[in-house]
Design a protein around this ligand. Structure first.
Ligand code: ADP
Ligand code: MG
Length: 334
């Protein structure tokens, strides 16, 4: 009861919006289940002096996404984009559509940043707020990648701790928040809540084949179990640092196919490729073998077919890979 009451009061004092409050700006994304725009408020006089917002006009799945965002707001707000409001907009279309509003967190997703030739140094600049006048090199790249990974895993761990499995973690759904200078998770459209007491019906078609974990089913909440970190996906920063050639969709699809052929055994995958590895691939393995192979060790513990064998986000954070000093240490050293 307390939880519902608090939620109700909290809701009561939050600004509410309706269709005409928004002026549509640039389209930010369009999927099968909704369109996303950058928007501003029609009249700035109201309680909201904040800057731009993001609006998702969603189909019937929007209801679930609103639920997830409300949960996240109360349980682990800093892990996801700041959710403002969600409502059923029924004035236009038959049946209506769900409108979801977030604060505009920033211009770039991790996917955008990874496409840049400057990656990962462009991320370093964004996190530290200034350009580092230091020699580039593996050591510095490792710190940046480690910092990105730690932030993603931190967000994932807090989502998992509240019982939410995202199921669509990928660089496109990780936004750089210019306000907090950290990465945050977005797009809870395919998420499942393990605590609401339902046997989740898999919506396989919602899952991105480039990134989705091999399992499609989420077990009953009657036997709740800690959700596992996703395969390959959250790891992309590590994988892509090591293997720049993996950054295109086609090679990612090829990687997934190779991995499947090896029964999702990363060690077998490596064994099958290493004898005739390209210089690029060889450099990647060397990178992961540094420091006694902790990078490779972390990678193999996260990429496991069976969810229960796969390391959790929380356990991954405790991995020796993260013992090295991160980016902030770098800035303090100067
Ligand atoms: P979908 O993938 O279903 O189209 P997303 O929720 O992933 O919807 O949003 C689409 C795109 O909109 C994202 O990839 C991102 O570029 C942008 N976006 C979404 N939410 C925000 C936000 N809070 N701040 C800034 N940009 C956002
Ligand atoms: Mg998305």
């Amino acid at each position: 009861f307390d939880m519902f009451f608090l939620a109700f009061v909290e809701r009561l004092f939050r600004p509410t919006f309706k269709k005409d409050d928004f002026v549509l700006g640039k389209k930010l994304g369009e999927g099968a289940f909704g369109v996303v725009y950058r928007v501003s408020l029609a009249k700035k006089s109201s309680s909201n002096k904040e800057g731009d917002l993001v609006l998702k006009k969603a189909t019937e799945y929007g209801a679930v996404e609103i639920w997830m965002n409300e949960r996240v707001r109360r349980a682990c707000a800093s892990s996801c984009a700041d959710f403002v409001y969600g409502f059923l907009e029924s004035s236009s279309k038959k049946g209506g559509e769900y409108w979801l509003i977030w604060r505009f967190e920033g211009e770039s997703t991790l996917a955008d940043l990874m496409q840049s030739k400057e990656f990962p140094y462009n991320v370093e600049t964004m996190i530290l707020g200034e350009v580092q006048d230091l020699p580039k090199g593996i050591e510095r790249e490792n710190r940046i990648i480690q910092t990105i990974m730690r932030q993603i895993l931190f967000c994932l761990d807090s989502l998992h701790s509240t019982g939410i499995v995202h199921r669509d973690i990928k660089p496109q759904n990780i936004i750089f928040s210019e306000g907090s200078r950290t990465f945050k998770i977005i797009d809870l459209g395919a998420a499942a809540d393990l605590r609401v007491g339902i046997n989740y019906i898999p919506k396989e078609f919602l899952l991105d084949p480039r990134y989705a974990a091999p399992e499609q089913y989420i077990m009953s909440t009657q036997t709740p179990s800690a959700p596992s970190a996703p395969v390959a996906t959250a790891l992309s920063p590590v994988l892509w640092q090591a293997f720049p050639s993996l950054r295109t969709d086609s090679s990612l699809i090829q990687f997934n196919r190779q991995l499947k052929r090896c029964d999702y055994d990363l060690v077998a995958w490596r064994r099958s490729l290493e004898p005739r590895a390209s210089p690029d691939l060889r450099r990647g393995f060397e990178l992961l073998d540094l420091d006694g192979g902790i990078g490779w060790e972390l990678l193999t513990s996260m990429v496991r077919y069976k969810p229960r064998q796969r390391t959790s986000a929380k356990a991954a954070l405790a991995h020796p890979y993260f013992d090295r000093e991160g980016l902030l240490a770098l800035s303090f050293m100067q």
